[in-house]
Design a protein around this ligand. Structure first.
Ligand code: SF4
Length: 470
């Protein structure tokens, strides 16, 4: 197996377990645990493999997938064989998405959905449509908490829908690797911040509306019809894309009329916006609790994860879900046990509070880890997040990119810093490809972002920071 270098990558390509990506610090191997779901013992096993076959650095991506860094051509075959043999990953052949759906790590089936959840997952496994969910279904049965109370306000069983859509999606040939279906249960854990080709939002118990490219909304549909409707839309998109695969990379590449032609349901209004969700801390999920821990800039040492997983195991945590807020949710805990887990995570420098400024920063690996990097983005992200704490506390976003490729965040941010020859191009309210207002080294940047300095004033003038009160 050869790794693909960044230079060799065509747009839309994604690394995976079988297709690693070459970076400045070795190969990056992306793992897709079945259902984005692990036990503490499995997390400890992955941490051990990260140290044994890679550099010991583990990342969680903004799609809730895990990445091991520093893997080599020599260590990769044994790593893959172990991951597959122990069913730690759900890998399949082909160029389509390895993981199609994005679900909140705090999703829980409402009571009226509990039976359907297990039936959907077991059914998918038993009829062979979704081999990966066989192990998931068995494991869920054996480790399920004593009761499965409603999640934080979810109106549908998002997990069962995700299992169904993953199964149906594998029968659709021609979907782009980055194709994403966001499944939002309609509760407190809103996924509005995550882009999706298709977005399903629960608006009433058992009812959903669906968006294509976040522009064309249709429905409402019964929850039981939604999987088939999404599958039909995906199949039509794949057929349309087959006519121009290099032009149609995402649903958003289609015009309004073409989007409307992809589904048979009536158009509807988008659901009203919901408050931003908490991304870290303690969560009550009915009669049990979850500890949601963020990894600073999405990265942690394997030894840190091992300590965390060991603590979770000791407290009988049955279920871990990977979080698109670049963290890990430990579920099925008592409140005291969840608090102890959070305290331990904080002592290890991990994120346990939603107001931690590091949660609002996207940073790629940068130099020296990435061979294309022109600045040490990940290293510089820590002092920058401290200097910009007032901006980040306002819910604003900072993106630190080692080069113009923008792996961590293609979209615009309130402040985007783009590595160029050891300094940073500074873009206010735009993406890495937009015009810069200045190019500075880190020291000058930190100085000129302080109150009273010119960059601080420009952020206020652009409406990205609150101005002085009269
Ligand atoms: S954006 Fe970052 S990770 Fe991506 S190629 Fe550039 S330096 Fe490397």
């Amino acid at each position: 197996m050869n790794a693909s270098s960044p230079e060799a990558l065509r747009r839309g390509w994604c690394p995976s377990t079988l297709k690693p990506m070459e970076t400045g610090d070795g190969w990056l191997v992306r793992l897709h645990p079945p259902g984005a779901w692990l036990t503490p013992a499995q997390l400890r096993r992955i941490a051990a493999l990260a140290g044994q076959h890679g550099s010991g650095l583990v990342e969680i991506s903004a799609r809730g997938n895990m990445q091991l860094r520093g893997v080599t051509a020599q260590s990769h075959p044994e790593l893959v064989a172990t991951l597959l043999a122990e069913r730690l990953v759900d890998e399949h052949e082909g160029d389509g998405p390895q993981r199609l759906t994005l679900v909140s790590p705090l999703s829980n089936p409402p009571r009226h959905c509990e039976e359907r959840s297990d039936e959907a997952i077991h059914g998918a496994a038993l009829d062979g449509r979704l081999d990966c969910f066989a192990s998931l279904a068995m494991t869920r049965s054996s480790v399920k908490p004593p009761s499965s109370p409603a999640g934080p306000g979810d109106l549908i069983d998002a997990l069962a829908l995700a299992a169904e859509i993953e199964a149906r999606g594998r029968e659709v040939v021609g979907l782009p690797a980055k194709f994403a279906v966001v499944i939002d249960g309609g509760g407190e854990s809103s996924l509005e911040a995550f882009a999706g080709d298709l977005r399903m939002v629960a608006t009433a118990p058992g009812r959903v509306v669906i968006a294509l490219a976040d522009r064309f909304w249709f429905g409402p549909l019964a929850e039981s019809e939604a999987g088939a409707a999404v599958a039909q839309t995906m199949a039509r998109f794949a057929a349309r894309r087959a006519q121009a695969p290099d032009v149609l990379r995402r649903m958003d590449d289609l015009g309004a009329a073409e989007l409307a032609a992809l589904c048979d349901w009536p158009a509807t209004e988008p659901p009203p916006p919901r408050p931003a969700p908490r991304r870290a801390g303690l969560f009550a999920l009915g009669d049990h609790h979850a500890a949601l821990v963020g990894l600073p800039f999405g990265r942690a040492e394997a030894a840190t994860l091992d300590r965390l997983a060991r603590a979770a195991e000791t407290r009988g945590c049955p279920e871990i879900r990977l979080s698109p807020w670049r963290g890990i949710a430990f579920r099925g805990l008592s409140q005291p046990d969840a608090m102890v887990l959070l305290d331990g995570a904080a002592a290890d420098g991990l994120i346990i509070r939603d107001d931690d400024p590091r949660l609002s920063v996207q940073a790629c690996a940068g130099a020296p880890a990435c061979s294309r990097a022109e600045a040490p983005a990940m290293t510089d992200a820590a002092p920058l997040s401290q200097a910009l704490e007032p901006l980040l506390a306002e819910g604003r976003t900072l993106h630190v990119s080692g080069c113009v490729k923008s792996c961590a965040r293609p979209a615009a941010s309130d402040l985007t810093l783009v590595g160029e020859g050891g300094r940073y191009r500074i873009v206010i309210g735009g993406s890495a490809r937009d015009s810069a207002v200045a190019t500075l080294d880190l020291s000058a940047l930190l100085t000129r972002l302080q109150p009273g300095q010119d960059l601080h004033a420009r952020l206020i003038a652009a409406g990205r920071l609150p101005g002085p009160t009269a």
